[in-house]
Design a protein around this ligand. Structure first.
Ligand code: SAH
Length: 231
């Protein structure tokens, strides 16, 4: 069974975009996953194909209409569709590797990309959308966020990554940032590769990597070491 992504967007031309190349692109061609980019505007009902309107209560910008979005969602995800419905949103729960793994183990995802000021709250409530953030900053639209999420998911699908082991040693997979990497040349601008890594002593190498990972995590991301780390 392959992972099926349906993306609702005002810019379907942005897909597959970067995901049409490299590992994700090859997996897309091989049918390991599928991607359907749906134009939200096709579900507008008026002559001008309007998808947004001014915010109730006043203020700057425009809001995406609940009725148009509901039609688009119902088309992409009819009753019985087991895929989670996600809304890319800076107000959402920050995306984590744990959630990425869960998504990769499931049947796919229906992903709504916001634009303008965002979407009418009523469609979020009525269609049970799960808001997902890719970080504490504001993008101009949900499309780059959807590409980020799908990239993270697709690389975990069976057969996509050449070396499956490397996936498990990655940053976040064991609650730590990853240790530093080195490769040839043996010396670069007067900086040698740490001795332990060329010692051939695999136990010592593993201990060194673990210690470096813990040090980096303590310095840069102490939140990952807390009793209740982000999940
Ligand atoms: N007015 C909103 C921001 C709207 S940005 C606010 O202050 O919360 C327009 C769209 O870009 C959003 O609807 C969302 O789909 C997307 N977006 C922006 N930043 C994002 C982020 N950090 N993570 C996920 N999606 C984001």
């Amino acid at each position: 069974m392959s992972f099926a992504a349906s993306v609702l967007t005002l810019y379907p031309e942005m897909f597959p975009g970067a995901l049409g190349l490299s590992l994700a692109g090859r997996a897309l061609e091989a049918g390991t996953w599928s991607l359907e980019a749906i134009q939200i505007r096709d579900f507008a009902t008026d002559r001008h194909r309007t998808v947004d309107d001014t915010p109730a209560g006043g203020g700057a910008g425009m809001v995406m209409r609940a009725d148009v979005l509901a039609k688009a969602i119902d088309h992409a995800s009819p009753p019985g569709d087991a895929r989670p419905r996600l809304l890319m949103s800076p107000r959402g729960k920050p995306l984590t590797q744990a959630r990425v793994r869960e998504l990769a183990a499931g049947p796919g995802a229906v992903i709504l990309c916001g634009r303008f000021e965002g979407v009418d709250q009523r469609v979020i409530d009525a269609r049970g959308l799960e808001e997902v953030s890719v970080g504490d900053f504001i993008l101009s639209g949900g499309e780059p966020a959807a590409l980020v999420l799908l990239d993270a998911v697709v690389r975990l699908l069976p057969g996509v990554m050449g070396n499956a082991v490397s996936g498990e040693e990655e940053s976040f997979e064991n609650g730590l940032l990853e240790h530093p990497h080195y490769t040839r040349p043996q010396e670069f601008e007067g900086r040698p590769i740490p001795d332990v890594l060329i010692s051939g002593n695999h136990r010592k190498i593993a201990e060194w990597r673990r210690a470096e990972a813990e040090k980096l995590t303590k310095e840069r991301r102490p939140d990952l070491l807390a009793d209740d780390p982000p999940r």
